[in-house]
Design a protein around this ligand. Structure first.
Ligand SMILES: NC(=O)c1ccc[n+]([C@@H]2O[C@H](COP(=O)([O-])OP(=O)(O)OC[C@H]3O[C@@H](n4cnc5c(N)ncnc54)[C@H](OP(=O)(O)O)[C@@H]3O)[C@@H](O)[C@H]2O)c1
Length: 382
């Protein structure tokens, strides 16, 4: 970490919060942390960089769950459900070009909002998408054509946020792509350029190239605290925010999995979604099912004390972390619904006892930064 975040290596930053001083002949950048930009509404936060900014709801509806593997999604029921989430104040949706029908559903949804809700409601709705291209040559026309597909599917003139994913750092085409995305932003086709699954080293390079990314979407949960080890420090220095996924670990961090034993075949609830399978692997890498049960019991104790639920505690703990603007909760639109519980996160305040009892358990887990690597490295292992 020291070499990555060596203060001299951040010398190109021009953020107003960074002040140059000289100590014993070594140029040192002293800084005051860039504060999280929360809006008056505690349920919303602003992500910004320079003149670009976007306010989002702090609990974001994740739409990977529409892409197959989580049950059959009925188009009309899904759009009705999106309206219900938005009506309840959960007005921000996260998609990707590769999430099956997600962007198309948003296109239908946003048209219903335009027709059936007042203009001030439309103002609050946000559609964040991702672009996950193969690591081919990133020409201006390739980037433009790809972004136009998402604009068309989502039926918006300008994408609220385009989060960019890259598979292979050996190929520096990611910088070309981000420069073209910045041009499209200047043209008004994108409001904010952002990242997903980038590591700290590459985020720093991107910022040094003066690409004004506002956020990085990363896996972050009570089990996966990797973003707080290196990434959050750079975010704090530069004002870039984190939007988190895997925060309820596909539902593993819920009462449903409390007091279950997945070590015995068929004994527990089935791991029948791609998220549950993904995050069960995380549990295995971190410390195994017994330690995870100890964590669930601790979380249950905290939840009961506050009249809350395990997912409430899991999400609030991450929303309270340094640099986190928003946390995603995946939605199985029209199949299951957690609107009330998701909103209950905002009336929960965790106290010092809660935090230390969580840390008492999590310190028994392995350091995932050492086991897996920095944010997103799980997508880049050979
Ligand atoms: N950038 C990336 O690489 C990346 C990767 C993964 C995900 N994501 C994003 O993150 C979003 C979330 O996906 P995820 O895989 O991380 O899933 P997740 O949010 O950890 O899990 C969602 C599941 O948790 C359960 N759940 C949610 N709230 C609950 C509550 N209050 N009580 C009980 N159970 C609850 C629900 O299961 P039931 O529906 O069965 O009740 C829901 O389907 C995705 O949609 C996507 O937008 C991004």
């Amino acid at each position: 970490m020291a070499e990555l975040l060596h203060h001299n290596s951040l010398r190109k930053f021009t953020f107003s919060s960074i002040k140059k001083t000289r100590t014993k002949g070594i140029q040192k950048l002293s800084w005051r942390p860039v504060q999280g930009v929360l809006t008056e509404d505690i349920r919303r936060a602003v992500v910004k960089n320079g003149k670009d900014s976007l306010d989002i709801s702090r609990v974001v509806n994740g739409m990977w769950q529409t892409s197959g593997g989580w049950g059959r999604i009925d188009r009309d029921n899904a759009v009705d459900a999106m309206l219900k989430y938005a009506d309840a104040g959960l007005t921000t949706f996260d998609m990707a070009d590769i999430y099956g029908p997600a962007e198309d559903l948003y296109g239908i949804f946003i048209n219903r909002v335009r027709q059936e809700r007042p203009p001030e409601f439309l103002e609050k709705v946000r559609g964040l998408t991702k672009w996950v291209p193969p690591p081919v040559k990133m020409t201006s026309s390739y980037v433009r054509d790809s972004i136009n597909v998402s604009r068309k599917r989502m039926d918006v003139a300008s994408l609220d946020m385009l989060q960019f994913h890259w598979w292979d750092y050996a190929n520096t085409g990611y910088l070309d792509a981000l420069k073209h995305l910045t041009d499209l932003k200047e043209e008004g086709k994108i409001k904010t350029v952002a990242l997903t699954n980038f590591d700290t080293e590459r985020l720093q390079i991107i910022l040094e190239n003066e690409i004004p990314v506002v956020s990085n979407q990363v896996q972050h949960s009570i089990v996966d605290m990797r973003p707080q080890q290196k990434m959050a420090e750079l975010c704090q220095l530069t004002g870039v925010k984190l939007i988190t996924y895997g925060t309820v670990m596909g539902g593993l961090l819920s009462e449903k999995f409390l007091d279950t034993n997945l070590n015995i075949p068929f004994a527990g609830p089935p791991l029948n979604t791609p998220s549950l399978q993904k995050y069960k692997r995380m549990v295995d890498a971190w410390g195994g099912w017994s330690l995870f049960q100890a964590l669930l019991q601790t979380l249950k104790g905290i939840a009961s004390k506050h009249g809350a639920t395990i997912p409430n505690v899991a999400v609030k703990y991450i929303l309270d972390q340094q640099a986190v603007a928003g946390s995603m909760i995946g939605v199985r639109l029209g199949l299951s619904e957690h609107i009330q519980d998701s909103n209950a996160v905002f009336s929960l305040a965790l106290d010092e006892d809660d935090i230390s009892s969580i840390q008492e358990v999590t310190k028994k887990g392995k350091n995932l930064l050492k086991v897996i690597g920095d944010c997103g490295d799980e997508y880049r292992r050979a």
